[in-house]
Design a protein around this ligand. Structure first.
Ligand code: ASP
Length: 309
């Protein structure tokens, strides 16, 4: 391995920050960490770096896998708990960041329910910001681990067909995936009720598919999304049951096309966007995505470590 390889930007705010070379370098490094993994073995890429997980919004997978990744690279790593912090006493997000920075933190892994917070913070710190999901804007590391999962399954992704199904409007995962998969030459389509399509659909280089049946027929992979009700205004759907009747993926869909792969970033709301009966089928990659997430985040942190304070 050439340890001197760095990513082209000294932070990760958006999937747009990653060139095709960056993505390929991340994949190579991810393979290295996966192939050589032994429980308890640590690397020293982040030995002299303090990493803070600053999650202003809830998370299971992203937070835990970043923590594990940072610790496997020997970082000093701590979590900032937004709910029990001085935010409740009126401290601003920027002052919170400055306070943590004053403790010597070099890498901030930020999740916030407002789009744009990681970009704003990067403009106001000497540290490195990694976006772990901001509002409905971007979730670049989810897109990286999704793309790695596809690459591990298919090899070259050029011309592969991925249909993103469900609540696209509120989904940062959809936005980051549309960008990153396009960079990799993947043919991306979306399938969603009209009220859950982004207003700026023309800005995205993706096709629109009307029905789940057509999506099943067209795609190599379905990337299914949760209804993100925490960001949803009322009146966008007649009812959850109505959505489910038209957009839920069932075992019949997957039986009809056994080579079709299915991914979901989690958390899954079984019974709404996915039928529970599909969860254990071999072509459902949800747990594999989680496993890959740790190694992808190790690779990302390792390749960014040369920039860290
Ligand atoms: N875990 C993903 C996110 O943070 C997807 C979701 O919440 O539905 O955006």
């Amino acid at each position: 391995m050439n340890e001197k390889i760095k990513l082209s930007k000294p932070y990760l705010l958006s999937a747009d920050d990653l060139t095709i070379d960056d993505i390929n370098n991340i994949f190579v490094k991810t393979h290295f960490f996966m192939d050589n993994h032994k429980t308890g073995v640590k690397y020293d890429d982040l030995k002299s770096t303090i990493v803070s997980l600053a999650f202003f919004e809830d998370s299971t997978r992203t937070k835990l896998s970043f923590e594990l990744a940072a610790k496997r690279l020997s970082a000093d790593c701590f979590s900032f708990q937004a709910k029990t912090s001085s935010l409740s006493k009126g401290e601003s997000v920027l002052d919170t960041l400055k306070t943590i920075e004053a403790m010597g933190v070099g890498i901030f892994i930020i999740r916030h329910n407002c789009s744009g917070v990681p970009v704003f913070l990067q403009g106001n710190t000497n540290g490195m910001i990694i976006n772990a999901g901001d509002g409905q804007h971007e979730h670049p590391t989810q897109a990286l681990l999704d793309a790695f999962t596809l690459h591990k399954h298919f090899g070259d992704l050029k011309g592969k067909k991925v249909c993103i199904i469900g609540d696209i409007l509120h989904s940062r995962v959809a936005r980051s995936n549309m960008t990153l998969l396009n960079t990799l030459g993947v043919d991306v389509s979306i399938c969603s009720p009209g009220t859950l399509l982004p207003y700026d659909m023309n800005a995205w280089n993706v096709g629109i598919i009307d029905t789940v049946d057509e999506a099943v027929e067209w795609a190599d992979v379905l990337l299914v999304l949760r209804l993100q009700r925490e960001r949803m205004e009322s009146g966008l759907l007649p009812s959850i049951r109505e959505f489910s009747n038209y957009y839920s993926i069932t075992i019949e869909h997957l039986r009809r096309k056994p080579e079709l792969m299915l991914m979901h970033p989690g958390p899954v709301n079984y019974g709404i966007e996915l039928d529970y009966s599909i969860s254990k089928l071999p072509n459902v990659l949800i747990e594999t995505q989680v496993t890959h997430g740790v190694f992808v985040r190790m690779a990302l942190l390792s390749l960014l470590s040369g920039y860290a304070n």
